[in-house]
Design a protein around this ligand. Structure first.
Ligand SMILES: C[S@@+](CC[C@H](N)C(=O)[O-])C[C@H]1O[C@@H](n2cnc3c(N)ncnc32)[C@H](O)[C@@H]1O
Length: 235
């Protein structure tokens, strides 16, 4: 049995054959893509850190509902958006990144893998959200920014009641949580769950937030402001 299947079974994640084959093909495509999208070049490492790390929290802790719209902010080479769109094929995904060469790769992966429920967008999130206010049920981001910055990016895009899912490492509690709490209070989010789990001997956090009120019209702020003057306070 191959490596990814063994690991998935170990974690009691059971996928249909079509999804599984597409995930395998995605690994081949991303590690061999001519432009460098990830430092990972080994299939087993890619199975762990690109695929399973992306899908694990949704398989275990939050069930996405059918016919919802989700945006992956700062998707890079399609992480976590491509693995998620392969598995949750009744959810409609937007994979957004500001770097054109990465989005060209994502476009190519979507086409080659015949993923019908995902589209790619080359834009800064602060610009895209002006035109797509409150269109999304779900937002996610992995390895993009500090949590309070991500909250500001996601807020204008989400419907009231929409959910934001953050993948975080061990520094979430020691370094980031205080900023997230300040930002959540300012912009009207509730931290619904902070799930702490171990994956491949690493400590991980999956943070689930709910948007509770309409986002004030002053958001999104100008490009770069969320980073320069983060809502949670300067480091
Ligand atoms: C470290 S990479 C992570 C990529 C991917 N999520 C992953 O886990 O492999 C961060 C990505 O976020 C994108 N990004 C950062 N700020 C952004 C913004 N304001 N709007 C759109 N994309 C942004 C960058 O271009 C970059 O591709």
């Amino acid at each position: 049995m191959n490596f990814m299947l063994r690991v998935l079974e170990k974690y009691e994640i059971f996928l249909n054959e079509n999804s599984y084959k597409k995930l395998e093909s995605f690994i081949e495509l991303i590690i061999n893509y001519p432009v460098n999208l990830t430092a990972i070049k080994d299939k087993e490492e890619a199975s762990k850190h690109l695929i399973i790390d992306s899908i694990f929290p949704f398989e275990k802790y939050y069930q996405l509902k059918d016919n919802m719209k989700m945006i992956d902010i700062g998707t890079g080479g399609g992480i976590p958006g491509i693995p998620l769109s392969i598995i949750y094929n009744n959810v409609d995904f937007t994979l957004l990144d500001s770097i054109e060469k990465k989005i060209n790769a994502v476009k190519y992966f979507i086409k080659t893998l015949n993923i019908n429920n995902a589209n790619s967008v080359n834009s800064r999130v602060e610009l895209f959200s002006k035109e797509h206010r409150e269109e999304y049920d779900y937002a996610t981001a992995k390895a993009v920014s500090r949590s309070d910055i991500l909250l500001e990016y996601a807020a204008p895009l989400l419907k009231i009641g929409g959910m934001l899912f953050l993948y975080k490492g061990p520094t979430y509690i020691t370094e980031e949580k205080k900023y997230l709490e300040i930002a959540a209070e300012k912009i009207g989010f509730k931290i619904e769950k902070e799930i702490n789990y171990q994956l491949f001997d690493k400590e991980r956090y999956f943070i689930i937030l709910k948007k509770e009120i309409e986002t004030p019209k002053k958001y999104p702020r100008k490009v770069g402001m969320a980073v320069r003057k983060p809502l949670g306070g300067i480091l």
